[in-house]
Design a protein around this ligand. Structure first.
Ligand SMILES: [Zn+2]
Length: 164
């Protein structure tokens, strides 16, 4: 048997209404029209309701957001990190030498950092932040997370509303 639309030889022809014309077509071409016979047996129509919302994959297959991890590696040190470190250190009455020893940085390196001549490496930033109880990174990941969860809330909330 031959498909009236594409001419392909096929064992199974379906009656499909394509642009108002009933045709005997193969399964592939039946997708272009409204299938009259075997409608319920069309494999393509399974889960037909979810096809309409095809933009949203099911929650189980939704990819995990890598954005938070990405953001963690893209931290930007504040512009006046040197001043912040110096002021925090002086507040504690520590000498440059003492703080350098505590954080594990060379005194000369820390001196450069305090003069804004050298941006501290991430591991040193973390230690300095912890030691001096200061913040050296711009922006807060909390704010970022908040924006993300807002979006998820909207999606999840919509599903809840639909279920009611
Ligand atoms: Zn065909």
């Amino acid at each position: 048997m031959q498909c009236e639309l594409c001419g392909k030889e096929t064992a199974k022809l379906l009656t499909s209404r394509i642009e108002g014309v009933e045709m005997q077509v193969c399964e592939d071409c039946a997708k272009f029209g409204t299938t009259i016979q075997n409608y319920s047996r069309m494999p393509e129509v399974k889960g037909g309701r979810s096809r309409r919302g095809g933009e949203y994959p099911s929650s189980s297959s939704r990819p995990k957001r890598p954005r938070k991890d990405l953001f963690d590696t893209l931290k930007i040190v504040v512009e006046d990190y040197g001043n912040i470190i110096k002021q925090a250190r002086e507040k504690r009455g520590q000498t440059l030498k003492e703080l350098a020893k505590q954080v594990g940085i060379k005194e000369s390196t820390l001196h450069k950092i305090e003069r804004n001549e050298l941006e501290p490496e991430e591991k040193y930033v973390k230690r300095l932040e912890k030691e001096l109880k200061i913040t050296l990174y711009e922006g807060s990941s909390e704010e970022y997370e908040h924006g993300t969860s807002d979006k998820e809330y909207t999606l999840g909330d919509m599903i809840k509303i639909k279920k009611r």
